[in-house]
Write a protein that binds this ligand. Sequence first.
Ligand code: HEM
Length: 303
Amino acid sequence: MAIVGRTLFDADVEGEAQDIGEALTTVLEMFNLIGRPLALIARQLKLPTASLRRFEVAKGQLDATIYQIIADHRAGKNTRPDLIATLLAARDEDGDNGMSDQQIRDEALTLFLAGHETTANALAWTWHLLSQSPRVEAQLHQELEQVLAGGRLPTVDDLPQLVYTRQILTESMRLFPPAWVIGRRALHDYELDGYLIPKGSVVVMSQWILHRDGRWFDEPLSFRPERWNEGLKQRLPKFAYFPFGGGPRNCIGEAFAWMEGVLLLATLAQHWRFQAVPGFPVEPLPLVTLRPKHGLRLTPQRR
Ligand code: HEM
């Protein structure tokens, strides 16, 4: 969250991270209500149910943070050409109308959420998998010692050499895709393989299911980063592996996420190992993103 705050908004949100994190969790929990029409009607009617009240409070908190960041930019307190500055400077094609605060809020909140929740989950699952696989962990350490001789910090220039580190992240997002499902609404009736998809219906595609399909991946449930060695990506059908979605709405932050994820993994694994606490339950919680249901309990150990 701190990285997204700094890089996209030139804002320091670290102090508020705990509160913002809790508010985001409450808002994400609303996702479960999307499939329940009665809950949506309750919101439209502004019925004071407990979950809706919690949602409104959390939404108010997130709005307050983002609107403050926008106000600071409008007041000239931030001078870096960051994302908010770019949105404030944007004009539409047929006039010189700028964006309203609400429009900027919508864009900014999407990027704020999409920009850290997914990467954080990808890394959390990666530490979990590494804690279960000493062989992979040892090979990671070997690569880091070779590429970052003398224990220096990794930089963007090291990315092409951090091949195994990247394969670990690739394999981790196969088994635990942070975006575990995406949906598209059919604009018109469409026939697919003998099935009619009626206009207006939502088609759901699940990374979780496809990434664990034995047709594309040998021993699909085992964590084997080196499976990506042998040109697997090129051999796979286009949507057998799609942690970042696809088509015109493919993740806009994909390149950012690879860079950030590989650098964070390398930086932390250089100095730390994370050992699983025996008996702590690890279970996925599928909301908008795939989170560890009970969090993760890992013991850091200096290397
Ligand atoms: C491991 C990290 C990430 C994963 C797995 C991920 C995954 C995805 C997926 C699957 C979509 C498409 C959703 C759909 O098709 O309905 C998406 C969209 C999006 N992502 Fe990411 N993402 C990640 C990181 C990021 C980062 C770092 C940013 C911003 C810096 C970002 C910003 C966005 C935005 C703004 C969209 C919406 C794009 C649109 O609708 O046109 N994501 N992401």
